[in-house]
Design a protein around this ligand. Sequence first.
Ligand code: NAP
Length: 291
Amino acid sequence: MPERVSKKAEKPRVAIIGAGNLASALAVALREARYVIDEIVSREGAASLRKARPLAHEVGATAVTTSRAQLRAELVWFCVPDGAIAGAADAIKDATDWSGKVALHSSGALTSDELAELRRRGASVASVHPLMTFVRESRPPLAGVPFAIEGDQRAVRAVRGIVRDLHGQPFSLRKKEKEAYHAWGMFVSPLLTALLAVSERVAGAAGVRRSAARKRMLPILRQTLENYAALSARASFSGPIARGDVETVSAHLKALRVVPKAREVYLALAQAALLDLPAKNRVALKKLLKQ
Ligand SMILES: NC(=O)c1ccc[n+]([C@@H]2O[C@H](COP(=O)([O-])OP(=O)(O)OC[C@H]3O[C@@H](n4cnc5c(N)ncnc54)[C@H](OP(=O)(O)O)[C@@H]3O)[C@@H](O)[C@H]2O)c1
């Protein structure tokens, strides 16, 4: 049985819906911050329940399917794919009396309105999105991670307290800002990863195999991030655009003709670079990149 939280700590018990990448990192971090995780709720089906069990065991919770969830917890956190949030809320809406409870989801793009059905039933609802990447093979610490929060006042207050207990950085968003906010997040991790994957393909054109390319790219990648962190985008920008070396950029564009999509990515990023970053021979570069 999970231990009870003391009255003094005033920490809500938590039920987590889903047992995927975010749920795993979150449940463990909450447990480490002395939250009681009551239930890990999977969708119906033995395969889903089987995946929920190890996580439940790890955090001292019970693994149950939606139809068997007790939902005694004061706080219910939906960690399911964005498209499944409203359906998961619907599937569980009759499991408990929602008045006084807090219900959260963690979509970066969708607003708290995805949980409108639970709001109608008395819950205070919010969306809370950690600006962090969670994949199967890693559970990053949540300390220092910014959490974008939007929703009803009581839920927002509760979630700010939780984020602080996780040593995260809560900040507020308005509903109308969520899509652009999430597009920003998309640039910072998934599209950055896509850029690295394209980079590996470009390495292939230079006769370097993918596995070797990854290893050889790491020192320059790490230094670029370190420069960016310590300085700024402008102060970290080197290479032929910064130097105004039009002929080199032209040679790159020629070489990239053999690498699918790489030329388009190069052109888009180089054009964007001219908006914000220092460049010599701007006029000639602009003309070259307009293709
Ligand atoms: N991963 C990230 O980097 C990240 C970062 C910030 C925010 N988020 C947000 O976190 C949420 C979850 O993303 P994720 O990456 O953790 O997804 P995920 O790894 O694919 O996990 C989704 C989990 O939800 C379960 N599930 C699906 N439909 C369900 C339902 N109807 N009822 C109960 N459980 C259901 C899945 O179980 P099955 O085994 O049954 O499929 C799985 O355990 C999303 O809203 C996402 O936007 C993710």
